[in-house]
Design a protein around this ligand. Structure first.
Ligand code: SAM
Length: 193
């Protein structure tokens, strides 16, 4: 299975979007709500419909960028959140981005990548974060037995993968998951080494 732009565009066109919860994820909302610095430079890669970005935008975080290579997802977002600055909407392959952010938000992006991309994901996250920058978000605690995504992992695996580039500040079972993900995801805050 080739997980590329065409694959994801077809998932959007065929409404095969089981990952899409339709609103800002509760654990991420709780994290955002305790941030006081609205200037933080935030990236949401593999953003899909990007409800998190819409939430941050409405809360007046002025430096949030979203990225996805699916033009369908990006166009849906542009139509839905018309006041979001187009200069902060990046339609490209995550692995080709060259920028620097204070916070990068993970939400069903890692699990959408082929397993052989995982090391590259961590390296890229590291490259895209400023000194003291943080990777924050949710990782599934499951090794799904599927032909296609989502692809998950267990805690020890994530630790081994992340710890070469990050100091892991939090990696705990989420206490405030949405109902369908209760017991099934970790909340992570990892600081760039
Ligand atoms: C499972 S969906 C998750 C969407 C969103 N984060 C959410 O929770 O609703 C994965 C998204 O990642 C995007 N994606 C996958 N690989 C990508 C890559 N290499 N560069 C940019 N976007 C990518 C897909 O187009 C898709 O929108």
């Amino acid at each position: 299975m080739r997980l590329n732009k065409k694959y994801w565009n077809e998932r959007y066109l065929n409404f095969q979007t089981g990952w899409d919860i339709g609103y800002v994820s509760k654990p991420l909302k709780a994290y955002f709500d305790q941030l006081s610095n609205k200037d933080l430079k935030i990236l949401i890669p593999g953003c899909g419909n990007a409800y998190e970005a819409e939430y941050l935008h409405n809360k007046k975080f002025i430096n949030t960028s979203i990225l996805d290579y699916s033009n369908i997802a990006i166009n849906n977002f542009k139509k839905r959140v018309i006041s979001f600055p187009h200069s902060n909407i990046i339609e490209m392959n995550f692995f080709e981005l060259e920028e620097s952010y204070d916070v990068i938000v993970e939400q069903t992006f890692f699990c959408a990548l082929a397993i052989d991309k995982r090391k590259l994901y961590v390296e890229k996250m590291n490259n895209l974060l400023s000194k003291n920058g943080k990777l924050v978000g949710l990782f599934f605690d499951d090794v799904f037995d599927n032909d296609g995504p989502p692809y998950g992992a267990r805690k020890e695996y994530y630790f081994n993968l992340l710890s070469s580039y990050f100091n892991i500040l939090t990696f705990e079972k989420c206490y405030n998951s949405i109902d369908s993900r209760v017991g099934n995801e970790f909340f992570c805050i990892a600081k760039r080494k």
